[in-house]
Ligand binder design. Structure first.
Ligand code: COA
Length: 195
């Protein structure tokens, strides 16, 4: 049983079982500075999560993620102005989101985390995922974090492609991780260069 849930007229992402016991991690050196986010396509509005968004956000979250009960913890860790959502103007649905958080869910990192990047599968390839994750990246930079972190999985190829474009880099903390990263880079047609 998992918590990914489609909604009427809103297909969900497929559930993919994690094959590795250790999550992939990425970090972003502060020397990379701010990124330029693409402009929002017509019909969408970028804003902060606000009171009353809990149910629509939960609906969006569970199109992609099986995790249960993470909302309260996310809210408690969110930096001021760090909870980005994209509204679809005609349907009033939340269709993309990403969160800039304090602290870290990994013992290897202490300062700042990008979390819960998602775009409704019915609204992908319009730049929305890039816009919300670029906004979070910039919020983490503005907070002065030197090396913010994110956790991801090998199958999240689209997300990793976006993260790489925004200056996030693999944090290799186990010997078995370099082959995993080489395989992802190969899939994306990118050259893997170990720092
Ligand atoms: C990752 C995700 C947010 C991308 O959303 P999106 O709104 O489609 O992203 P964008 O439109 O900004 O895509 C930007 C680029 O990412 C890459 N990309 C996006 N989807 C891709 C895919 N399915 N395969 C390969 N590359 C992809 C492309 O380079 C794309 O640019 P292009 O459309 O000009 O080719 C979305 O696929 C998603 O919600 N996935 C499930 C949740 C998830 O994995 N979250 C990450 C947790 S760590």
């Amino acid at each position: 049983m998992h918590g990914i849930r489609a909604l009427p007229g809103r297909p969900a992402y497929p559930f993919i079982e994690q094959t590795y016991s250790h999550q992939l991690e990425m970090v972003r050196p502060s020397s990379f500075g701010l990124v330029e986010a693409p402009s929002l396509p017509d019909g969408y509005a970028l804003r902060q999560l606000r009171s009353g968004d809990e149910v629509p956000y939960n609906d969006l979250f569970h199109l992609a993620f099986a995790d249960e009960g993470r909302f309260q913890e996310t809210i408690e860790r969110t930096l001021p102005g760090g909870f980005f959502v994209v509204d679809h103007v005609t349907s009033h649905e939340l269709v993309a989101s990403c969160v800039a958080m304090r602290g870290s869910s990994s013992p290897r990192h202490v300062q700042g985390q990008l979390g819960w990047l998602v775009t409704d599968p019915s609204h992908t390839r319009k730049g929305l995922g890039t816009i919300v994750s670029a906004s979070v990246t910039n919020r983490l930079v503005a907070e002065g974090y030197q090396r913010p972190f994110l956790g991801t999985e090998d199958f999240r190829i689209a997300a990793i492609s976006i993260y790489l474009d925004l200056g996030w880099r693999p944090h290799i903390y186990r010997d078995d991780m370099e082959p995993r990263w080489r395989s992802i880079y190969g899939y994306l047609g990118r050259e893997f260069l170990r720092d």
